[in-house]
Design a protein around this ligand. Structure first.
Ligand code: SAH
Length: 247
């Protein structure tokens, strides 16, 4: 579905903006980049600013007109900071645009961005089925081209992620994995043993142990942190500790 969302850049002047747009796309899972008459492409500056998204640049297609770039699309949304008097449906909120775009993205759809100096011409806007504006400071509301790509690509990604069948799961580094209840219980038993051995607890002292359990419940140690604490406890135990204690 994200593969069907095409980013079209019309007559981009600075190759660096093409690279930065490719990077913005890749961070949001988009891959289909079409360039309409770029001033200078390929260009080392584009590759430099792509910074890891060179594959998007390498697979970009260059075409001679906006019509050629979007003819196979079922929805074509022109991004424009300025309201035009053209009678095209207009999205004031990128979020509602993105919801509709995703709903249509079983077929190719496009987001079209204009030139750095003067945006899209009226003829190019006529090639679009919709327009969208990114709400911004009324006194200074024109974003850099690649940043406009980033904002709309992010909205598309968010709308896609909300789909129940997207299968998206927030990537969690393994160090952040939470311990199981059993691992936590073993840790507290281990802590209790060490406290008793050291003489810190002289009698069954449920309250202290409950307070410590509450402290660790708030801290939410990760598995990695918990095993660090277990190592610390082991280093405090007398060597004679029965290995069956080391659950
Ligand atoms: N100087 C141009 C704008 C160039 S910015 C003008 O006045 O139209 C390059 C492109 O970024 C624009 O053509 C548009 O596609 C996109 N863009 C920049 N700011 C935007 C905004 N607030 N909303 C939607 N698109 C925007």
């Amino acid at each position: 579905m994200l593969a069907n969302i095409r980013i079209v850049l019309v007559q981009t002047f600075h190759p660096g903006n093409i690279g930065a747009s490719a990077r913005a796309m890749k961070t949001m899972g988009l891959t289909d980049l079409v360039l309409v008459n770029p001033r200078c492409f390929p260009d080392p500056e584009a590759s430099r600013l792509a910074a890891g998204a060179e594959d998007v640049i390498d697979n970009a297609r260059v075409v001679g007109s906006l019509a050629e770039a979007v003819n196979d699309c079922v929805q074509v949304v022109g991004a424009s900071a300025r309201l035009r008097s053209l009678p095209l449906p207009h999205f004031d909120e990128p979020e509602s645009m993105a919801r509709e775009l995703i709903a249509n993205a079983d077929d190719p759809v496009s987001l079209v961005f204009g030139r750095e100096r003067f945006g899209l011409t009226n003829d190019e806007i006529r090639c679009c089925s919709h327009q969208v504006s990114i709400p911004a400071n009324p006194d200074y509301g024109i974003l850099n081209l690649a940043q406009a790509v980033q904002v709309l690509a992010y909205e598309a990604f968010k709308a896609w992620r909300r789909q129940p069948d997207s299968g998206y799961r927030h990537p969690r580094p393994s160090e952040e994995r939470q311990p199981t209840r059993e691992q936590l219980q073993h840790f507290h038993e281990h802590l209790g043993r060490v406290m008793r051995h050291s003489g810190f607890l002289t009698q069954p002292h449920a309250r202290t142990e409950t307070q410590l359990q509450a402290l660790f419940a708030r801290a939410q140690p990760s598995r990695k942190e918990l095993s660090l604490l277990r190592g610390l406890l082991r280093s405090l135990e007398p060597d004679t500790t029965d290995s069956s204690d080391r659950s």
